[in-house]
Design a protein around this ligand. Structure first.
Ligand SMILES: Nc1ncnc2c1ncn2[C@@H]1O[C@H](COP(=O)(O)OP(=O)(O)OP(=O)(O)O)[C@@H](O)[C@H]1O
Length: 448
């Protein structure tokens, strides 16, 4: 790690003014818990001549007076200003709520005191703990990236100038200088998952040199994430097709959730530009990853289908209206992008040309009025070649019609039943049999 061997204080300063982006000598709010990390940080900064104010946040959760008093005494002995800010922690996930309240109070203190940044005592050991916690939670690249040296805290910079040091190194610095601190009693309890990892797993990791490795992995993951954040990401995982575009699930699955949401937002922008990429819609699209094939998410301006190995993005178009035709003799119907035609053939032809888009039917069994319309949920057909009836939706799934194409499929209905799933299956009711005297030929020509 760069800078190894340099004095502790010099490395803190290098982190602050380097990655931390803080101007030398700037005024800083030091988040002082009373624990070893922030105590060593505070003392180091004061020793190096930085202008600091120590803020202790009292969460009113347990008896925090000992820590608050420790920080006050420390500030007094160092001749710096200190402040204890009491915050109320909203009910719910206590640790998360306490963290939110703490950071809000620290940002507020930085604004009030005109400080350039809030600095905390997070160490490489905390980083390992965070990465480990995220690993256990199952997060993606963002989670593996852990904590950054600098991040925004509601318009104020949060800088962590001790991320390069393990807790053991911080304790060694404290011991070398004879500095005391207060142990956080909750750290030793197994009450929270974070504390359990801290107590039971981290010492082993530390002993194996794993904290540093975790910190390196975090840095690599952060760099990978920054690279992946480019808008070109969609080009790596998706392809346009005639009616929109498809995103390859194998490729998109290696991304973490925030990167995937960015892909969905880009896909909507590109392939369903009428849709508003709300957080709720992006969430629903993301949930399609684990949904069965055929599931779809619809919103104003967009339809997203779960296909085999892909998500298809299209723009919904109003379904074409049904067209009623008189079936006697020759008939034709234009429906949406499709064109369906019936033509009398007279005698039954000795052989039928084999084409998925053409059927020969018994003209005498065709009802007088036919309706041509897109198929609907619940439509059933009594198909030629097998008994009983089948749901049109099942038939299309069996025939591996892509979900995004399914809504284009038309049916010819007559006499109260589906006579032809156009392009796919004819019903027994109109099929040619040995008794057929006159035949008609039905054909369809559509864009699909
Ligand atoms: N009560 C507090 N008052 C002021 N600063 C605090 C307080 N608690 C923690 N901090 C700051 O946050 C740093 C990290 O503390 P700690 O690791 O205990 O918090 P955490 O909750 O585990 O971390 P995170 O902020 O990542 O959730 C400390 O070094 C200190 O700078």
């Amino acid at each position: 790690m760069s800078g190894a061997g340099r004095p502790f204080a010099a490395r803190v300063a290098a982190s602050l003014t380097g990655e931390g982006g803080v101007a030398e000598g700037a005024r800083l709010v030091v988040a002082a818990s009373g624990g070893v990390d922030s105590t060593v940080l505070l003392r180091t900064l004061v020793g190096a001549g930085w202008s600091v104010i120590a803020i202790h946040v009292d969460h009113s959760l347990r008896d925090g007076e000992r820590e608050a008093q420790f920080v006050r005494d420390l500030g007094e002995s160092l001749g710096i200003e200190t402040e204890t800010v009491r915050v109320e922690v909203a009910p719910g996930n206590v640790q998360a709520r306490a963290r939110e309240a703490r950071y809000a109070a620290l940002a507020d203190a930085a604004r009030r005191h005109g400080a350039a940044a809030v600095v905390t005592g997070h160490t490489a050991t905390d980083q390992a703990e965070t990465v480990l916690l995220n690993l256990v939670r199952g997060s993606g690249l963002r989670g593996l990236a852990g904590m950054a040296v600098r991040r925004d805290l509601g318009g104020v910079a949060l800088v962590r100038p001790l991320l390069w040091a393990t807790r053991a190194e911080v304790e060694a610095e404290a011991a070398a200088r004879g500095w005391g601190w207060i142990e956080d009693p909750t750290n030793a309890t197994g009450r929270y998952r974070r504390n359990r990892l801290r107590r039971d797993v981290l010492p082993l990791l530390e002993a194996e040199g794993g904290s540093r490795t975790a910190a390196r992995i975090a840095a690599a993951a952060a760099a990978a994430r920054a690279a992946l954040d480019r808008p070109a990401l969609l080009d790596l995982v998706g392809t346009a097709d005639g009616r929109g575009g498809v995103v390859d699930l194998d490729r998109v699955r290696v991304l973490d959730r925030p990167a995937r949401l960015a892909v969905w937002a880009d896909a909507l922008r590109r392939w369903a530009p009428g849709a508003a990429a709300s957080a709720a819609l992006l969430d629903r699209i993301d949930a399609l990853l684990d949904a069965p094939v055929g599931q779809r998410v619809g919103a104003a301006g967009a339809v997203v289908w779960r296909e085999r190995g892909a998500l298809a993005f299209t723009t919904p178009t109003a379904p074409p209206p049904p067209v009623v035709v008189e079936a006697s003799g020759r008939w034709s119907a234009a429906v949406g992008a499709g064109w369906v035609e019936g033509r009398p053939l007279g005698a039954v032809p000795p052989s039928f040309p084999s084409s998925p888009n053409a059927e020969v039917v018994d003209a005498d069994r065709v009802p007088g009025r036919l309706v041509v319309r897109p198929w609907r949920d619940g439509d059933r057909v009594r198909p030629l070649g097998r008994g009983g009836s089948a749901l049109v939706s099942d038939l299309l799934a069996d025939r591996r019609v892509r979900p995004s194409r399914r809504r284009d499929v038309l049916v010819v209905e007559g006499g109260g039943e589906v006579l032809w799933v156009v392009g796919h299956r004819l019903a027994r009711a109109v099929a040619v049999t040995d008794a057929t005297r006159r035949a008609a030929r039905w054909t369809v020509s559509t864009g699909f």
